[in-house]
Write a protein of this length. Structure first.
Length: 96
């Protein structure tokens, strides 16, 4: 079980996630063995916000180009989409 501050790895900034931010939903890469309760506690403690819901999904690694007979994959990781209470924001996303 990861420590509370090891649960959140990094925020994810893509075009789709920018649209989700307008709805009060923020996306993070999280530890693969973390659960929704740990993610909720980590976000609430780290950013001083109220979390209404947490959705998680495992992103499987894609096959890399073949240059030799050996085939490589990009690493798999876990994504969490966190929904905040209305009117709340996470400031680190706003400046990007």
């Amino acid at each position: 079980m990861p420590h509370m501050y090891e649960v959140l790895r990094r925020p994810i900034m893509t075009e789709r996630n920018t649209e989700l931010m307008m709805q009060g939903r923020y996306t993070f890469e999280v530890a693969p063995d973390s659960n929704k309760i740990q993610i909720k506690e980590a976000v609430e403690k780290a950013f001083n916000v109220t979390v209404l819901a947490v959705n998680t999904l495992n992103v499987h690694g894609k096959a890399r180009r073949q240059r030799t007979r050996l085939r490589g994959y990009s690493p798999s990781w876990k994504k969490a989409i966190v929904t905040l209470a209305p009117g709340q924001r996470i400031e680190i996303f706003e400046g990007i």
